[in-house]
Design a protein around this ligand. Structure first.
Ligand code: Q6P
Ligand code: ZN
Length: 628
């Protein structure tokens, strides 16, 4: 199951032909530099090259009006003066004799990508396109956009492949109002956008971009706007929004297809966004979305105007799509006050639509307090705009090693660490030690062992990792966890349906829930894990758990975003049936979807919120509200 890369040089063949300071940043180099970076890093060669095509009139009419299409059709024949005049009808956009052709290719590229993914030719992919699309509306160009590539792709997928629910994640730093308007009353398309807003002072300066614009009629709740009211947002701010807003809702929505408006003007160094999230973060954002919809994800380029940060971000996105483990996340100190206020506002505006948010704090911060900080000092100085070149990591050639009995078939894509014959018990321990050693030397990415006593096996692993930070995630009702070191060298999160001990310390976190496990995984486990930044993730499973196979696979998938992908799974013998599905997720196959039924009950969400609240003093990434 590969990754498609859709690109054609033709889309570099239009540019701004006159003086317009608003449009100078949108250059052909944006595309050439991004593509060259993919070639130089060897990523392009690992993708399935996929040609573009011209979108048909019918494709374009899925979103745009006949009149608008006919008007754009005339632009190739216009004189320079005609083009200038035509441009004046719209905001922050320019026309060129070749832009209509490129705009048809940009839409066609997105549709080719949808075709490749929906027919199963590839698992996922990215389209590098110009012009971008998310601002263009039914009858208007806007913000460098002519046709709405992603909106058309969503309608096309629904029409041609009977896709029911589409999730659109717009991580460009501008609000894709064109996408929002195309689906504002449509509950089958969930549109999520974060954007620089500054209390409506930032382009496109729309009231419609605020957190309380949630969609209309049947589509109420299916538009999610996260306004950034300050510049300088960092990795923590972006991750917090994913953990506490987007991912819980996305799992509840249960999309059949994920489309990403992949703009990289939300990265550090961009002159438009002025944010401080590093290109690395896009590897994580991509990874976190990659197991939704059975892995069907199409990323389509939107903005991004710093050529260095743009091309690095594109590479990190494609690297994740290809299944490489994301780089270790950096400086996750927790979200800033302004981000927390935005998160709190969004969660509270959506609590009546999504059961995962039903216990979000009800009172949004008062208007006065948000308005007051609006004109506060900007956080970004020139010195902050230096970021390290993303590490050129080479993932280990071997993905998954397994320690399993001889009578069990070695799952596809795994290699077996042989056990010595003499003493079954002893040989399991020595094989496990060998496996841990190989993980530490980065010879293998992840591992799987079937053991008779998970608790003893855990103690054994801790014994072999004295210098490492280990995140232990335990699933199932077990009394006997090994005596856990409480020195911060391990962080243990224990999911059980039976009531467990109260948290003994900051490093032992019992989670007792009946349902709502995906919500807990997103909004509790992920923030804790990201902030802890383990060297190794140890995931254990004992019988008597309430976590079903697809939730388990999702967990295996999500945790691979940590520790450079170094996840060791220990399964107790009674749970043999999970070996295959676990191995499959470890070797990078898309996890199965938990389905829309896993929506949590009120008590569970309430318990989860209480637990999160108690832990926020120690773990800042768990916060979902500001201190007003
Ligand atoms: C921003 C227009 C320019 C002001 C220059 C998909 C990509 C985009 C377009 C942004 C248009 N204002 N100082 O469109 O969202 O990045
Ligand atoms: Zn943008």
């Amino acid at each position: 199951m590969g990754t498609a890369l859709v690109f054609d040089e033709e889309m570099t063949r239009y540019k701004l032909l006159w003086f317009d300071p608003a449009c100078v940043i949108e250059t052909p180099e944006r595309l050439t530099v991004s593509h060259e970076a993919l070639v130089r890093t060897g990523l392009a060669a690992r993708c399935v090259p996929t040609p573009v095509r011209e979108a048909s009139d019918d494709d374009i009419l899925l979103v745009h009006s006949k009149e608008y299409l006919e008007a754009v059709k005339k632009t190739p024949y216009m004189t320079l003066d005609d083009l200038k005049e035509f441009t004046l009808n719209y905001g922050d956009v320019y026309f060129h004799p070749n832009i209509y052709h490129c705009a048809k290719l940009a839409v066609g590229a997105a549709l080719q990508l949808v075709d490749a993914v929906m027919t199963g030719k590839v698992r996922n992919g990215m389209a590098l396109v110009r012009p971008p699309g998310h601002h263009s509306m039914r009858s208007a160009a806007s913000g460098f956009c002519v046709f709405n590539n992603v909106a058309i792709a969503a309608k096309y997928a629904q029409q041609k492949y009977a896709v029911q629910r589409v999730l659109i994640v717009d991580w460009d730093i501008h609000h894709g109002q064109g996408v929002q308007y195309a689906f504002e009353d449509d509950p089958s398309v969930l549109y999520f956008s974060w954007h620089r807003y500054e209390h409506q002072e930032f382009w496109p300066k729309l009231r419609d971009s605020d957190y309380d614009c949630v969609g209309k009629d049947k589509g109420a709740g299916f538009t999610i706007n996260v306004p950034w009211n300050k510049i300088g947002m960092q990795n923590s701010d972006y991750l917090a929004v994913f953990c506490h807003v987007l991912l819980p809702v996305a799992y509840e929505f249960c999309p059949d297809l994920v489309l990403v408006c992949a703009g990289f003007d939300s990265a550090i160094g961009d002159p438009e966004g002025e944010m401080c999230a590093t290109p690395d973060i896009f590897a994580h954002l991509t990874h976190l979305l990659m197991n939704l919809a059975g892995g069907k994800l199409c990323a389509v380029l939107e903005g991004g105007y710093n050529l260095t940060s743009l091309s690095q971000s594109v590479c990190l996105t494609v690297q994740s799509l290809l299944g490489d483990p994301p780089p270790r996340p950096t400086d996750l100190q927790g979200p800033c006050q302004s981000a927390l206020e935005s998160i709190q506002c969004v969660r509270s505006a959506h609590r009546k639509y999504w059961s995962c948010l039903q216990h979000a704090v009800q009172r949004p911060p008062s208007d006065v307090s948000t308005k007051l900080e609006a004109h506060g000092e900007a956080r970004v100085s020139k010195a902050d705009l230096v970021w390290p070149q993303p590490a050129r990591h080479l993932p280990p050639a071997l993905c998954t090693a397994a320690v399993i009995p001889e009578d069990l078939l070695c799952p596809l894509g795994c290699f077996r660490i042989p056990r010595e014959q003499r003493d079954v018990a002893v040989s399991t321990w020595s094989s496990l030690a060998a496996l841990v050693g190989r993980l530490q030397r980065n010879e293998i990415r992840n591992g799987l062992a079937l053991v008779s006593d998970v608790s003893m096996a855990m103690a054994h692993v801790f014994g072999h990792t004295p210098k490492q930070r280990v995140l232990a995630v335990c699933v199932g009702d077990t009394e006997a966890l090994p005596g856990l070191p409480e020195d911060g060298k391990t962080l243990t999160v224990h999911f059980s349906k039976e009531a467990l001990d109260k948290p003994r310390c900051k490093y032992y976190i019992p989670v007792c829930l009946k349902k709502g496990l995906m919500q807990a995984a997103c909004s509790l486990l992920l923030p804790l894990s990201y902030q802890y930044d383990p060297d190794l993730v140890l995931l254990t499973r004992v019988p008597g758990s309430h976590m079903d196979q697809s939730e388990w696979q999702q967990l295996v998938g999500l945790l691979q975003g940590l520790a450079g992908g170094h996840v060791l799974v220990l399964i107790q013998e009674g749970e043999k049936a999970l070996v295959g599905p676990t191995a499959s997720s470890l070797s990078g196959s898309p996890a199965s979807s938990p389905g829309p039924l896993s929506a949590p009950g009120a008590e569970d969400i309430e318990a989860l919120e209480r637990l999160k609240y108690r832990l926020t003093t120690d773990w800042k990434l768990l916060q979902t509200s500001g201190e007003c």
